[in-house]
Design a protein around this ligand. Sequence first.
Ligand code: CTP
Length: 154
Amino acid sequence: MIYKKIITYGTFDMFHIGHLNLIKKIKEIGSEVIIGVSTDEFNEEKGKKCIIPYEQRAEIVRCISGVDLVIAESDWDQKVSDIRKYSVDCFVMGSDWDGKFDYLQDLCEVVYLPRTDGISTTEIKELLKGFSPTFKKDFNNMFNILDTLRQDLM
Ligand code: CTP
């Protein structure tokens, strides 16, 4: 272990392998892991609409082995107070945030870890948009076929 207390923040909506990989990498370098999960209200402030509500997103992250504490992230400025409050010695974010949190370097180590390629919640949401009309059509077709069969049998 390199760090004693390590913290990261994220939305973790529609929890996927990219989220898990990041948490696994964090666990490799820190002995106590704190995760800030952003609230639904904070996400709306950021212009993000979550599919899964905060309580469920937080519960999923809380149940991952090696995660010691989940806290709610409700505004941009709380990172400084959290780092002080929990005596954090390392702050981690995925590389999509590269450089954005360097101002925290006065308080602790700031590390950007590589993202997992090819997956993001935004992409999953886009894919679902594409799927849903076909799904509805297929479902209706299947329902019509079953209904015809039912009428034939009567
Ligand atoms: N993350 C990652 N690899 C991915 C997706 C996310 O390492 N493929 C990391 C992000 O860099 C972030 C953390 O997981 O540090 C939480 O991600 P989140 O805030 O939920 O964002 P995304 O899953 O990228 O979702 P979105 O598309 O909504 O930004």
